[in-house]
Design a protein around this ligand. Structure first.
Ligand code: APR
Length: 317
């Protein structure tokens, strides 16, 4: 049986890690595309030369020609500029819209049957634009934000409570911006509410709330925290791992429940926008959106986040 084919558009920091993860996990053959000549070819050669050491059997091809993505099952897009210190994701909209338009045209022409996962920022706007330009069905165009935002939230909880990250369940909803919605009420350690554990640790509900508030704040600003440290770009290991989890769920029909930026048609009170919500990802792409009741505070935070997404999208020329 033919191996799956994964096209990665953008061969920069995230693109390189994506290619390596695809290879290490033998997810499929990889085509790494970039406009810079030599960059994707060099990265692919470098990764391929590690194959006898790591023991993976996949082909990796670096290219500057969209034709090479023909037949891709999944396309992951990281083309575009990353943030520099002091910038918000939204500051990238003008330059990255132009890049995304050309990328989407390439995907539409050469990989019309593919599932597309966008990582480029500002995420919610880039997903909207990619779907518009490709005209692909909504279930085949999604954005990676929630898996990473949730992972950051989970990591902070695990470190605070001194438990394995594997045993923390937590999720963020909404846009991929400062108004994202970390869901405190549903955060648990193997089903035990995190707030209860924090209360035990600190001996008071007030202190537990304070500690949780700090973790929520850190989650919202986690991308910026990395940017401030790196100074030359934004996070790249964790966004790559997160998108790979989504691609793997689609390619292997795992039907994992992963928060993804998807088109909403009334779910969570949102209509006509791409926003982060829990989805079931399988062989058909977005197979289902898992809806549940938000309480008044959560809904108010969600509305605020969605309003920020609406503003961002309307600012696109
Ligand atoms: N087509 C394809 N690739 C392009 C194009 C284009 N039109 N324009 C730029 N690129 C490439 C660049 O040449 C570069 O190699 O996109 C790559 C981006 O890589 P980096 O600058 O290293 O950025 P990275 O850290 O990978 O982040 C990419 O993801 O998380 C977001 O905010 C981040 O928008 C940024 C994107």
């Amino acid at each position: 049986m033919a191996r799956a084919k994964i096209a990665l558009i953008g061969g920069g920091q995230i693109g390189g890690v994506l290619a390596q993860l695809c290879a290490l996990r033998e997810l499929g053959d990889v085509v790494l595309f970039d406009i810079v000549e030599g960059l994707p070819q060099g990265k692919c050669l470098d990764i391929a030369e590690a194959s006898p050491v790591d023991g993976f059997d996949v082909c990796l091809k670096g290219t500057n020609d969209y034709k090479d993505i023909e037949g891709a099952n999944v396309v992951i897009v990281t083309a575009g500029l990353p943030r520099k210190p002091g910038m918000s994701r939204d500051d990238l909209i003008e330059v990255n819209s132009k890049i995304m338009t050309s990328v989407a045209e390439g995907i539409k022409k050469y990989a019309p049957q593919s599932f597309v996962i966008i990582i480029s920022n500002p995420l919610d706007a880039m997903v909207t634009l990619c779907q518009k330009v490709t005209g692909f069905p909504y279930e085949r165009v999604i954005g990676q934000a929630g898996v990473l935002d949730s992972a950051r939230f989970k990591a902070f909880i695990a470190w605070e409570l001194g438990v394995s990250v594997k045993d923390v369940v937590a999720m963020t909803l909404g846009g991929h911006g400062d108004d994202m919605v970390p869901l405190v009420r549903y955060a648990s350690v193997q089903g035990i509410p995190v707030m209860e554990l924090l209360e035990q640790k600190y001996g008071s509900a007030a202190k537990a709330a304070e500690v949780m508030e700090a973790m929520v704040k850190r989650t919202r600003g986690a991308g910026g925290e990395v940017v401030a440290l790196l100074k030359t770009g934004s996070a790249f290991y964790s966004p790559a791992s997160s998108a790979i989890a989504m691609a793997e769920s689609i390619l292997k029909d795992q039907k994992r429940v992963l928060p993804s930026c998807v088109y909403l048609n009334g779910e969570f009170g949102v209509k006509g926008y791409f926003v982060g919500v829990p989805t079931v990802l399988g062989e058909k792409g977005v197979e289902r959106i898992l809806q549940f009741k938000l309480d008044a505070t959560e809904q108010a935070m969600m509305d605020k986040s969605v309003n920020a997404v609406k503003e961002l999208v309307s600012s696109m020329k």
